[in-house]
Design a protein around this ligand. Sequence first.
Ligand SMILES: [Zn+2]
Length: 387
Amino acid sequence: MKERIYYNDSFKQEFKADIIDYFKEDDKYHIQLNKTAFYPEGGGQPADHGWIGESNISHVYEEDGKIFHIGDKLPAKKSGLSCKINWERRFDLMQQHSGQHLLSAVAEDLYQAETVGFHLGESNLTIDTDIKLSQEKIEEIETKCNQLIYENRDISVEYPGGLEDDTRVIKIAGLDKNLCGGTHLKNTGEIGVISIIDSENYKAGSRLHFISGQRAVKDYRFKNKLTAFLRDRLSVNDQNIKTEIMRLLEDLNNKANTIDKLKGELLRFKEDELIGSAEVIGDYRLIVDSFTDLSFTELRDLASQLVSDNDIIIIFGQQESDTTRMILARSDNIAALNLNPVIQEVMPLLNGNGGGQPDFVQGGGSNPEKLSEAISKAREIIVKSIN
Ligand SMILES: [Zn+2]
């Protein structure tokens, strides 16, 4: 396949070519060349980006044996065009791709773990093995990969079916042979480094997340900054960050428990205070109040707690951000009083509505100016109906 330059020379960054065909779709031009060094998406390797003349190429794909380059414009010239691969991107993708070959080869070589799936995305790189690998084995694999990088083993391409055949075997000297149509580095040294950054159980085996080359260096830089941030904020050295975070989380948890306990005690004081200030109407005690410092959940709990005693009737108002709410509640023994019609009568004042059980209703609206009027009105209706 002479027109696929990347097959024989994966280091070709610039070349001259002619446009032999094209079509336009959604403002983009799908351009076909007489030969290309652009790698079309496939075999788990993302497509190259770059330039064909003045056209910016953002994707390359293969369809029915033809390679199409998607560009933002159609070059004015049709022949002898200067074409250029975005080399930073391609070299990164080759580091990841060749890194994957090496990683799979070492996993198989050391622990007979076969790669049954892989993903080489623009940011997420994984291989899936057919057997589970322990953390210890994963670290051994990582160490061995990097040893083979230092040994700078040759990576070569063989054509068992001859040059006109598409069948290509990629070989890492002394190690691995793989059928593959992707672009590769010339030796393992160019991979630079392989870092297995995470692992998880996947189906019957393990999924290893890894990065190679410059991408690993960038990741290391990011993690160094993160570690420095934690070290400075926590005022500990690197080795003690983990212990310090565990200590802080435990401390936080203890404090949250203490706050819950204190809030409970505060609500009991509030209960006593409210009962002490209740208005006595015949056999009943009417408690009327409005709040801004308690959450609605806390207010509901307070109301439920108060009416667990006999002969209590509650009218609560609450203002929280943009919402004005009311709770009406009564003890079980005041069965003749149905609070539903009361809430339905007063909520329109707050531009809202409400409802619930006959002994416990709530409503929400958006007119805080009318809250005290709504409370008075509810009081009036209730007093009238219990007399
Ligand atoms: Zn490959």
